[in-house]
Ligand binder design. Structure first.
Ligand code: ADP
Length: 356
């Protein structure tokens, strides 16, 4: 057996060589013969024609133009991808592959990703729980102070409505803010099945910024949202909560990257843009940037340089974006240190809206 044929056997490929003049199979791999017993060296093409619909046309086309490919229908009705080529001696070489098992593999792959998304959701929920405690501390602390102040005034008999009213009003605002935090986190946690919604990127950005309010204030970050030309058309379809998870993760990474720089330099820029087909988000920070060795491993699960980091954020973000036919990548920031993470997603058009 020639070396190349041995390799094909070892790899379990379904390959056959056909003599078109004799209309016979001259050689085929054992993997092919074992899976599809109709294929064996010496077998006649005429015997195959009825079981493999499309084979005759494929071989004829390969004979004429040197190469051809098609999807054949196998004996039990399932699809096979087929590529055929003619060599200098006029022999035909054919490669078959079972598309059904490819489809099953693709479905399994998707399942793995979905599992990962669920895992990441609960990791983020864990993180959320600890930031929630911090976030709620602030309005609850403010409310406690206001109520204590009111108690003192009651005790002193000093309760004129004109001066008490603004204090009570501020108390209501703090309580509403705390309730808003809880509602947002509850929506985020309860949401399970990916949905297909129409999402304006500007709204997504505003929500993510308010979800990160507490971290932004604590670290003294200044946030600027910049909209490029036509940015109001930056509308995509997908799962709002998953996309928010991506944006929150990227923005949180940017905030954490800037902990090592002086406060005035802690500037987070969020860019919204569109081109003909895609809507784009850029999350730019002025942190230390990403060195070559980190760049090579950034999207690998469990790669982290942070003491309490899990290292799954970027990997999961990329899976989410690819699941929604988009792309996620990063570049060094244009001017000065830092980097920009980019997310590009297909724009929702009237046609996609109607189809939905
Ligand atoms: P984690 O945040 O838990 O470490 P990620 O997958 O989100 O997990 O990030 C992996 C690593 O990529 C981080 O530990 C950090 O080293 C690097 N990284 C991510 N975003 C940035 C950024 N904006 N600037 C610099 N390094 C970053």
């Amino acid at each position: 057996m020639p070396d190349a044929a041995l390799s094909l056997e070892t790899l379990g490929q379904w390959i056959a060589t056909i003599d078109p003049r004799a209309q016979r199979i001259t050689w085929c791999t054992q993997a092919l013969a074992a899976s599809l017993p109709q294929w064996r060296a010496g077998g006649s093409l005429a015997d195959l024609a009825s079981g493999f619909r499309g084979l005759g046309e494929l071989l004829a086309q390969a004979g004429e133009s040197g190469r051809a490919e098609a999807v054949l229908t196998g004996p039990d009705g399932h699809p096979l991808s087929a590529q055929a080529a003619t060599d200098a001696q006029g022999q035909l070489h054919l490669r078959l592959a079972d598309l059904r098992s490819d489809q099953q593999a693709a479905a399994r792959h998707l399942n793995d990703r979905e599992q990962l998304l669920l895992l990441s959701r609960s990791l983020s929920v864990g993180e959320m729980a600890s930031t929630l405690a911090h976030e709620l501390n602030q309005p609850i602390g403010a409310l406690t102070n206001l109520l204590r102040g009111l108690l003192i005034r009651i005790d002193r008999g000093n309760l004129d409505p004109a001066s008490v009213r603004p204090a009570v009003q501020r108390g209501v605002e703090h309580a509403l803010y705390a309730a808003g935090i809880i509602t947002r986190v509850r929506d985020y946690v309860q949401h399970r099945q990916p949905k297909a919604e129409t999402i304006a990127l500007r709204g997504l950005v505003d929500d993510a910024i308010s979800l990160l309010d507490w971290e932004i204030q604590r670290d003294g970050i200044s946030v600027a949202v910049r909209e490029g030309p036509g940015a109001q058309a930056a509308v995509v379809r997908g799962d709002r909560v998953l996309q928010q998870q991506v944006l929150v993760n990227l923005a949180r990474n940017a905030i954490e990257a800037m902990r090592s720089v002086a406060r005035p330099d802690r500037q987070l820029e969020i860019l919204i843009g569109v081109d003909e087909d895609n809507a784009t988000l850029g999350i730019a920070d002025r942190g230390p940037g990403i060195d070559e060795s980190a760049a090579a491993r950034m999207f690998t699960p469990f790669f982290t340089t942070k003491p309490g980091g899990m290292g799954v954020g970027l990997h999961v973000c990329r899976s989410i974006i690819e699941l929604q036919q988009g792309r996620l990548w990063f570049t060094p920031r244009d001017e000065g240190p830092g980097c920009t993470f980019w997310v590009s997603l297909p724009r929702a058009t009237e046609a996609t809206e109607l189809a939905a």
